[in-house]
Design a protein around this ligand. Structure first.
Ligand SMILES: *[C@@H]1O[C@H](CO)[C@@H](O)[C@H](O)[C@H]1NC(C)=O
Length: 289
C-alpha cells in the first residue's frame, strides 16, 4: 500500500527518468562495483606510495591531510575485500591503470574528489537494479561513505563546497563504465566479461564546441546534475544554450531530444565531467570545463 508521503514523493520524481531496468544480475552489479573499487584502491595506494608526507606538506597541505587520505585508501581496500568476499573465486581482479592528469599531490587530490563523486553516482544509479535487498544496504553503506570522502576532499582540502546540490546524480552503468575505462590500460584476460560498454570520449569547450569521434549532426547534449536532466541541441558542432553548473555535473551526447528518454541505449559519447568552482557569494559562477 502506498502511503500519502510515498505518493507525493512519486509525483515529485515523475519528471525524473530513472535508469532503465537492465537485464543485469546482482553478480554483474557486484562485479561492476568491484571494478570501480579496484580502480579507487589502486589510485589511492599507488599515489600515496609516490607522494610521502613531505610531498604533501611541500604542496601546501596541512600535516593532517595525508593521514586522512591514507584512511580513505584503507576504506577502499576494505570495499574491495567486502565485494571480493561476496563474489568468491569469481571476483574480478585489479586491472592496470593510468591517471595522466596526476603529477603532484595537488592534482592527485583534485582527481580524488572527482573519482569519489563518480563512485557516489555509480552506486546511486545501480541501486534501482539490485534485486537482493540485503545488497542494497551493503551498497548504500559504501555509497554514503564515498559521499563523506568526497565532501571532505572537496570542502576541507579543495576549499570548495561539500555538495553539488540538493540531490546527487545517478549515472547508468555504461556511463560510469565509460569514465572508468578512460583510466584502465589493460585487465587480466581471466576477468569476467561484464554486460557493460564504454562510449567514445566527449569534450565540451567553454564556447560549446563538442569534441568527439561520434557524429554530432542532429544530436543533443544531456546535462545531468542531481535529478535534473535537460537536453540541448548541437548545431554545427556546438551545443546551444548549455547553462553553467556549480559543483560536479555530467553531460553526455545523445541521439534522443526528449530528456526523459535518454539512457545508455541512445548515448553516443561521454560522459564529460564538469567540475566548476562553487562560490557561495556568487549565484551563477563561470563554468570551468
Ligand atoms: C518525453 O517522453 C515522455 C515519455 O514518453 C512523454 O511523456 C513526454 O510527453 C515527452 N516529452 C516531449 C517534450 O516530447
Amino acid at each position: 500500500m502506498k502511503t500519502v508521503a510515498a505518493t507525493a514523493l512519486l509525483a515529485a520524481v515523475a519528471s525524473y527518468a530513472a535508469p532503465a531496468k537492465r537485464a543485469v544480475t546482482d553478480t554483474d552489479i557486484l562485479q561492476y562495483a568491484l571494478t570501480l573499487e579496484h580502480l579507487e584502491n589502486s589510485f589511492y595506494h599507488g599515489f600515496l606510495d609516490k607522494f610521502d608526507d613531505a610531498a604533501f606538506t611541500n604542496a601546501g597541505f596541512p600535516d593532517w591531510v595525508r593521514g586522512r587520505v591514507k584512511n580513505i585508501a584503507e576504506h577502499e581496500a576494505q570495499h574491495v575485500a567486502l565485494l571480493s568476499g561476496a563474489l568468491g573465486s569469481a571476483a574480478t581482479q585489479p586491472c592496470t591503470y593510468a591517471f595522466p592528469s596526476v603529477t603532484d599531490p595537488k592534482s592527485f587530490m583534485a582527481l580524488a574528489s572527482v573519482i569519489e563523486n563518480v563512485g557516489v553516482s555509480a552506486y546511486l544509479g545501480a541501486a534501482a537494479s539490485i534485486m537482493e535487498s540485503a545488497y542494497v544496504t551493503v551498497a548504500g553503506s559504501i555509497l554514503t561513505t564515498e559521499a563523506r570522502h568526497q565532501a571532505w576532499l572537496n570542502s576541507a582540502v579543495e576549499k570548495a563546497a561539500a555538495w553539488s546540490g540538493p540531490e546527487d546524480t545517478p549515472l547508468d552503468f555504461d556511463e560510469v563504465y565509460s569514465i572508468a575505462a578512460a583510466f584502465i590500460t589493460s585487465c587480466p584476460t581471466t576477468n569476467p566479461t561484464l554486460p557493460f560498454k564504454a562510449f567514445p570520449a566527449l569534450t565540451i569547450a567553454a564556447d560549446g564546441t563538442v569534441g568527439t569521434t561520434a557524429k554530432t549532426d542532429g544530436a543533443f547534449v544531456q546535462l545531468l546534475q542531481g535529478l535534473d536532466q535537460n537536453t540541448y541541441p548541437v548545431v554545427n558542432g556546438k551545443v546551444q544554450g548549455l547553462p553553467t553548473t556549480q559543483g560536479i555535473a555530467y553531460a553526455v551526447l545523445t541521439s534522443q531530444g526528449n530528456s526523459t528518454l535518454v539512457g545508455d541505449e541512445n548515448i553516443l559519447a561521454g560522459p564529460v565531467i564538469f567540475n566548476s568552482p562553487f562560490n557561495s557569494k556568487q549565484s551563477n559562477p563561470a563554468p570551468n570545463f
